[in-house]
Design a protein around this ligand. Structure first.
Ligand SMILES: Cc1cc2nc3c(=O)[nH]c(=O)nc-3n(C[C@H](O)[C@H](O)[C@H](O)COP(=O)(O)O)c2cc1C
Length: 180
């Protein structure tokens, strides 16, 4: 069901700043958190997320040095908000939000089958002063079976915007873009 997605296109998933899910595993215990503070950093499959010790996932990320970053479609908006408003310390979020954990290939953290994309990541660096975790994606997957393809974006005050009109300026920007 999941098809491998080219690593050189991973930055195009992060650059628009969609709401993300970060899946971790501590032994057999799987967890998920919501992240909307993320940052593309280059054309490489390396990007930043911002989090800290107030989240259970942060401790696990620091211990295991890996995670899966999943890109949900807007059909999952209520699950994404629910996941971001409860804690893995007392809740099995896969169960509570009816999500399917699938085995990843390069990390022990689970893939989230219902998401549009899943990025298997290793922690490359941590900028303590700003809570920035730099992730390097080592393998990526796409679920082409999902019919809702729109991702969504947090405004920051409880309002969200789904993907809308697209503008193709690839020709005009050719000198600034890698050949994909
Ligand atoms: C829409 C939304 C966006 C969020 N974005 C972030 C974020 O970028 N960074 C962060 O540290 N927490 C963010 N959170 C909060 C965490 O997802 C939340 O604290 C979560 O319960 C942590 O789960 P855990 O304790 O099981 O790791 C967000 C929550 C919501 C609802």
């Amino acid at each position: 069901m999941l098809e491998e997605y080219p690593l050189d296109r991973v930055f195009t998933l992060i650059e628009p700043g969609p709401a993300l899910l970060v899946a971790t595993a501590e032994g057999r215990k799987k967890n998920i958190m919501t992240i909307t503070w993320s940052m593309a950093m280059s054309f490489a499959p390396t990007f930043g997320i911002v989090t800290g010790p107030w989240n259970h996932s942060f401790d696990v990320l620091m211990k295991t040095r890996e995670c899966v970053v999943a890109v949900p479609g807007v059909d999952l908006i209520d699950a994404v908000i629910g996941i971001g408003t409860c804690s893995g310390t007392d809740t099995d979020k896969f169960k509570k939000f009816s999500l399917t954990a699938e085995k990843a290939q390069s990390v022990k953290s689970p893939l989230i089958a219902e998401c549009l994309f899943n990025l298997e990541c290793q922690v490359a660096d941590y900028v303590d002063a700003h809570g920035i975790i730099i992730l390097e994606c080592v393998r990526a997957w796409e679920n082409r079976k999902r019919t809702e393809r729109r991702t969504f974006h947090a405004v920051g005050d409880g309002i969200f915007i789904a993907d809308g009109e697209k503008f193709d300026r690839r020709r005009e920007m050719a000198s600034k873009l890698p050949a994909l």
